[in-house]
Design a binder for this molecule. Structure first.
Ligand SMILES: Cc1cc2nc3c(=O)[nH]c(=O)nc-3n(C[C@H](O)[C@H](O)[C@H](O)COP(=O)(O)OP(=O)(O)OC[C@H]3O[C@@H](n4cnc5c(N)ncnc54)[C@H](O)[C@@H]3O)c2cc1C
Length: 417
C-alpha cells in the first residue's frame, strides 16, 4: 500500500530554471511523474547569452532535446583572449573538428531564452510533467515515505521526493544546509544584448572573445543566428551588496573601463539597456541532502560565471539524478549516490571559477605579463588536455560522476563567460 503510494506520488522539483526543467525532463524520461513548482508567475529566462561546452550537448542528447538545442546555437570558431590594455591577442583556441572529435560535441553560444524555450517546450509536451507557476516553496516536512512541500500561499503539496532547484537564494538550502546568505564576490557584471549592426564592424568576430584588463574584463559573442551580440562586462569594484538585474545607465558602465584600450572601450560604447548583477557564489559543501530532499544546480553549488559552467553543471546534475533515481526504489539511497557523484566535480568548477577570475581575467602589471607569457606558450592541444576532465566524453558515460582527475596543474584551465 505504502509502496504504491510512493510510486504514484510525483517527484516535486522546486524551481523552473535550466536546472529544474532539465531535471523534470530527465525524470520523465525514466518514467517518473514530476511536478515543477516555480515561484515566478511565468516560466522563462533573462534576455542574455550563455556559453555551452560539449558537456551541455551530451546532456541535451540524453534529455532528448539535442536536435532542437543544436538548431538554436551559434557555432563559434574559437575562444579568443585579448589584452584589454594593448588590444593584442594573447591566445586563440580553435573549436574546429579537432576539438569536436576529441570531446564528441561542439562548443557553442546560445540565447538563454532559446535554450530555456527548448527545454520548456519538451517539458510541456511530456504528459508526465506538470508545470505550475506563481508558487514558492518555503518549507518542507518528511516522514520517511513522502515529502510535503509548504508553499508561500499556505497550500501544501505531497511528493515522493523534493529536489531543490531553486537557485542561488534557495529556500530549500536554508533548511537542508542552513549556511546563511551567499558570499558577495565584490565583482559587478553588466549585461547588454545589442543588434549586430550596433557591434563595431571590425569586432564582429565569430568567437567568444574576452578582453582581460586590470580588475575588469569584457566578453562578447554573436547570438540568435547572428542577429545580436551578447556583451558582458565585469568590474572588480568591491561591491558589497548582492544585486540582480538592476537597470543602470551607460555612463555607470563606462566608468569602470576608462583605463582600457579604445578598441575595447568602443564595445561598451555601443551597449544598450544595461543591467547590473553583483556576483555571488558559495564555498563548496559536501552535503546537499536531507532524507528525501536534495539540492541541484545553483542551489547546491553556485559559482562565478568565469568558467561558463553553472548551467552546464545544473544540466549534468539533472542527468545524474535521473539516472540514480531510476536505478533503485530506495529514494534516499539514490539521492545520496547522486550527491556523492556530483560533489567533487562541481566543487572543482566552483573553486576554479574563482581562480580564473583572479589569475587570468583580472590581473595587472607583472601578474598580467606572466599570464600573457604562459598563455602565449600554450598550444591548442595543451589547452584541450587541461579541460579534458571537464569536457571529456567519459562524463556522460559515467553520468558525470567521474572525470575529476587532472591533466597538468588544476588551475591552468581557461574559459570565458
Ligand atoms: C553573468 C552570468 C553569466 C553566466 N554565463 C554562463 C555560461 O556562459 N554558461 C553556463 O553554463 N552558465 C553560466 N552562468 C550560470 C548559469 O546562469 C546558472 O548557473 C544557471 O542558470 C543556474 O540554473 P538553476 O536552474 O540552478 O538556477 P536558476 O536559474 O536561478 O533557477 C532557479 C529557479 O527557481 C525559481 N525559484 C527560486 N526560489 C524558488 C522557490 N523557493 N520555489 C519555487 N521556485 C523558486 C526561480 O524563480 C528560478 O526560476 C552565468 C551566470 C551569470 C550570472
Amino acid at each position: 500500500m505504502e509502496e504504491t503510494m510512493t510510486q504514484t506520488l510525483p517527484i516535486i522539483v522546486a524551481g523552473g530554471g535550466i536546472g529544474g526543467i532539465s531535471t523534470a525532463l530527465g525524470l520523465a524520461r525514466q518514467g517518473f511523474k514530476v511536478l515543477v513548482l516555480e515561484k515566478a508567475p511565468v516560466l522563462g529566462e533573462i534576455g542574455a547569452g550563455i556559453q555551452l561546452g560539449p558537456n551541455a550537448f551530451h546532456c541535451f542528447d540524453w534529455l532528448g532535446v539535442g536536435d532542437t538545442a543544436r538548431a538554436m546555437a551559434v557555432y563559434i570558431d574559437s575562444l579568443r583572449l585579448m589584452d584589454a590594455l594593448s588590444a593584442e591577442e594573447i591566445m586563440r583556441i580553435p573549436l574546429d573538428d579537432a576539438f569536436r572529435q576529441r570531446f564528441r560535441n561542439p562548443y557553442a553560444v546560445i540565447h538563454r531564452g532559446d535554450l530555456h524555450g527548448v527545454l520548456l517546450k519538451a517539458a510541456r509536451e511530456n504528459p508526465l510533467i506538470e508545470l505550475r507557476t506563481g508558487l514558492e516553496v518555503i518549507d518542507y516536512e518528511q516522514d520517511g515515505k513522502s515529502v510535503t512541500a509548504a508553499l508561500a500561499d499556505g497550500s501544501k503539496v505531497v511528493g515522493s521526493a523534493l529536489i531543490g532547484a531553486d537557485g542561488l537564494w534557495s529556500n530549500i538550502r536554508m533548511k537542508v544546509v542552513g549556511d546563511g546568505q551567499p558570499r558577495v564576490s565584490g565583482h559587478t557584471t553588466y549585461r547588454s544584448v545589442i543588434p549586430t549592426e550596433l557591434m563595431p564592424e571590425d569586432l564582429r568576430w565569430n568567437a567568444a572573445t574576452l578582453w582581460a584588463g586590470p580588475k575588469c574584463h569584457i566578453v562578447h559573442y554573436p547570438l540568435s543566428g547572428w542577429k545580436a551580440f551578447n556583451l558582458v562586462v565585469t568590474y572588480h569594484n568591491n561591491a558589497s551588496e548582492p544585486v540582480a538585474g538592476k537597470s543602470v545607465t551607460a555612463e555607470e558602465v563606462k566608468r569602470g573601463f576608462e583605463h582600457v584600450h579604445p578598441m575595447a572601450r568602443k564595445i561598451i560604447d555601443n551597449g544598450r539597456d544595461w543591467k547590473l548583477w553583483v556576483l555571488c557564489d558559495r564555498e563548496p559543501i559536501s552535503n546537499w541532502q536531507d532524507g528525501r530532499v536534495v539540492l541541484l544546480g545553483d542551489a547546491a553549488h553556485p559559482m562565478l560565471q568565469y568558467f561558463a559552467q553553472g548551467a552546464c553543471m545544473a544540466m549534468e546534475d539533472a542527468v545524474c539524478i535521473s539516472n540514480e533515481l531510476a536505478t533503485t526504489t530506495d529514494i534516499e539511497k539514490a539521492l545520496a549516490i547522486y550527491q556523492s557523484k556530483r560533489v567533487l566535480r562541481t566543487a572543482r568548477v566552483q573553486l576554479q571559477s574563482r581562480w580564473i577570475g583572479e589569475n587570468i581575467y583580472h590581473p595587472a602589471d607583472g601578474h598580467a605579463a606572466l599570464r600573457n607569457s604562459i598563455m602565449r606558450s600554450r598550444t591548442p592541444e595543451g589547452w584541450y588536455d587541461s579541460v579534458d576532465w571537464l569536457y571529456g566524453g567519459s562524463g556522460i558515460d559515467g553520468a558525470f560522476g567521474a572525470s575529476t582527475a587532472s591533466h597538468g596543474t588544476w588551475q591552468t584551465d581557461l574559459e570565458f563567460a
